[in-house]
Write a protein that binds this ligand. Structure first.
Ligand code: PLP
Length: 418
C-alpha cells in the first residue's frame, strides 16, 4: 500500500515556522479513529478492555486521548505508573505487567490498586514480602517455550524470551496463589512481536483459552480475564498488507465460542495491551535535510539522529521516508539518510531509492508513533526532540517541549562545576 504522510507539505511548513525540526508529530484524528475500531472489533466481549502499553508512547496527552475510549494503561515501571496516575488512571484501570520487578515498584502498583501481572513463580513470595499480602485479583504471565508457529511460519521464539512462567509453573502458581487468598485470576502472554497477520491473535487466543479451561478445571481458580497483550503489528513497509482489526476481533470471537463458552467460561473478559497498533502509524518524525555528502556513497545528513528514533539503528528496522513535496517525483537516487551521531549505525535508511533531495527539504519518517520517541536516549549528548499533536481541527499543540542543555546537565545539580 502506498504510504502517505497524514499531514500536507503546506501544513508542515507552517508548523516548522513555529517549531524547529526535528520533532515527532502525532495525528489525533488517526489515533481516535483507530481506537474506535479496536473497541468495535471486540464489542462482542462484555468485559473487553485495551490497556495501552505506556512504554510505546509515554506522553500524558496521548494517554488522555485513549482514556476517551475506555482504555486502561499497561505499565512496567515506576515512572509509567506515576504518569498513568497523574493522568487520572487508578485501580483496575492499570495493569502492571513488569518483569524482574523491584520491590518498591510492586509497592507503588499496590498503592494505586493496579492489577498485578506476575512474570515469575518466585514473585509470589517476593510480592507477598514486598506488599505484605497477595491481592484478591492477580494475573500470571505464561510462556510455553519453543518456537511460536502458525502452521509452518515461525512468528517468534518464546523459548528464548526471558518472560513468563512455564506450563508446569503456571499451574503451580495458581494453586499457591489460591491458597494465599487470591480470588480472581488472569492469564497473560506475549508470544510474538509486530505480527502483520490477522491470524496471530486468534491463534494465541486458542492457546490461552485451552490453557484457561485446564487451569480452571485443575486448580479451581476463577479465571476472570485473559490478556492477549501486545504484538499486533503495523505495515512499516509499503509492500505489507495492514492487519484488519475487525477480522482479528472476529477470529478471537470464533475461538472464544469454540473453547471457552462450551466450558462454561463465557463470562471471561478479553484484555489487550497494544502499543504499536494503537499509535505506530499515527506518528511521524519530521526532519530537515541539512547536508549532502558525496564519498564512497551518497549521503543525506538530516537534523534528527538515532536519539530521536532508535529502531533502524537497533533492529535494522525499515521506516518509510517521504520527501515532502516530491511524492510524485521518480525515486532515482540512492541514498543513506544519516544522523549526526559518532556511530555508523545512525542511519534512518541505507541504500534507499528516493527522489533527489536538496538541502532544506523536509523529510517525513513514517510510523514513529510507537517505540519512537520513547526509546530515545542521550548518546553524544544529543538532546531529545519535542512532541507535537496535530489536532483534529488542524491546530497544533506542543505536548512535550524539546530538551535543552539544562535538562542534559540537570543530573549534575548536586555539584557546582557546571
Ligand atoms: C511492549 C509490550 C506491549 C506492547 O507491545 P506492542 O508490540 O507495542 O503491541 C504489551 N505488553 C507488554 C507486557 C509489553 O512488554
Amino acid at each position: 500500500m502506498e504510504k502517505r504522510p497524514f499531514v500536507a507539505k503546506e501544513k508542515l511548513e507552517e508548523i516548522v515556522r513555529e517549531y524547529p525540526t526535528p520533532f515527532h508529530l502525532y495525528d489525533e484524528k488517526g489515533i481516535r479513529e483507530n481506537a474506535v475500531k479496536l473497541k468495535e472489533a471486540f464489542a462482542w466481549n462484555k468485559g473487553f478492555r485495551e490497556y495501552f502499553a505506556v512504554k510505546a508512547t509515554p506522553n500524558p496527552f496521548i494517554l488522555k486521548l485513549l482514556k476517551d475510549y475506555g482504555c486502561g494503561m499497561d505499565c512496567s515501571s515506576l515512572t509509567e505508573l506515576m504518569m498513568s496516575e497523574s493522568t487520572g488512571f487508578s485501580g483496575p484501570d492499570i495493569m502492571f505487567s513488569s518483569n524482574n520487578t523491584p520491590a518498591d515498584e510492586y509497592r507503588y502498583a499496590e498503592k494505586l490498586g493496579a492489577i498485578i501481572n506476575l512474570d515469575d513463580i518466585t514473585h509470589i513470595d517476593f510480592l507477598e514480602e514486598s506488599i505484605g499480602y497477595i491481592p484478591e485479583t492477580i494475573s500470571c504471565r505464561y510462556n510455553p517455550g519453543g518456537l511460536f508457529k502458525i502452521s509452518t511460519d515461525i512468528m517468534d521464539n518464546p523459548g528464548d524470551a526471558k518472560y513468563g512462567m512455564t506450563t508446569e509453573q503456571i499451574f503451580e502458581a495458581y494453586k499457591i496463589l489460591k491458597n494465599k487468598g487470591a480470588k480472581k485470576f488472569g492469564i497473560h502472554a506475549f508470544l510474538a512481536s509486530n505480527t502483520v497477520t490477522n491470524e496471530y491473535y486468534p491463534f494465541l487466543a486458542k492457546v490461552l483459552f485451552e490453557l484457561a479451561v485446564k487451569l480452571e478445571k485443575e486448580t479451581g481458580a476463577d479465571i476472570a480475564f485473559i490478556n492477549l497483550s501486545g504484538g499486533i503489528g503495523i505495515p512499516y513497509h509499503p509492500d505489507q498488507e495492514p492487519n484488519d482489526i475487525y477480522v482479528i476481533g472476529e477470529g478471537v470471537r470464533k475461538v472464544y465460542e469454540e473453547v471457552l463458552v462450551p466450558a462454561g467460561m463465557g463470562d471471561v473478559a478479553i484484555y489487550t495491551e497494544l502499543g504499536r497498533f494503537m499509535l505506530g502509524p499515527y506518528g511521524g518524525l519530521v526532519t530537515t535535510a541539512v547536508h549532502e555528502k558525496h564519498t564512497h556513497k551518497e549521503y543525506i545528513g538530516v537534523d534528527a539522529c538515532a536519539v530521536n528514533l532508535m529502531r533502524p539503528a537497533m533492529y535494522g528496522a525499515y521506516h518509510h521516508i517521504t520527501v515532502m513535496g516530491k511524492e510524485e517525483a521518480a525515486c532515482d537516487h540512492k541514498y543513506d539518510v544519516v544522523g549526526s551521531l559518532c556511530e555508523n549505525n545512525d542511519k534512518f535508511a541505507v541504500d534507499r531509492m528516493l527522489p533527489e533531495i536538496s538541502k532544506g527539504d523536509l523529510l517525513f519518517i513514517h510510523d514513529t508513533g510507537a517505540h519512537g520517541y520513547a526509546m530515545g536516549y542521550n548518546y553524544n549528548g544529543k538532546l531529545k526532540s519535542a512532541e507535537l499533536l496535530l489536532e483534529e481541527d488542524g491546530s497544533v499543540q506542543m505536548i512535550r517541549r524539546a530538551e535543552t542543555p539544562k535538562d542534559y546537565f540537570a543530573t549534575f545539580d548536586f555539584c557546582d562545576i557546571l
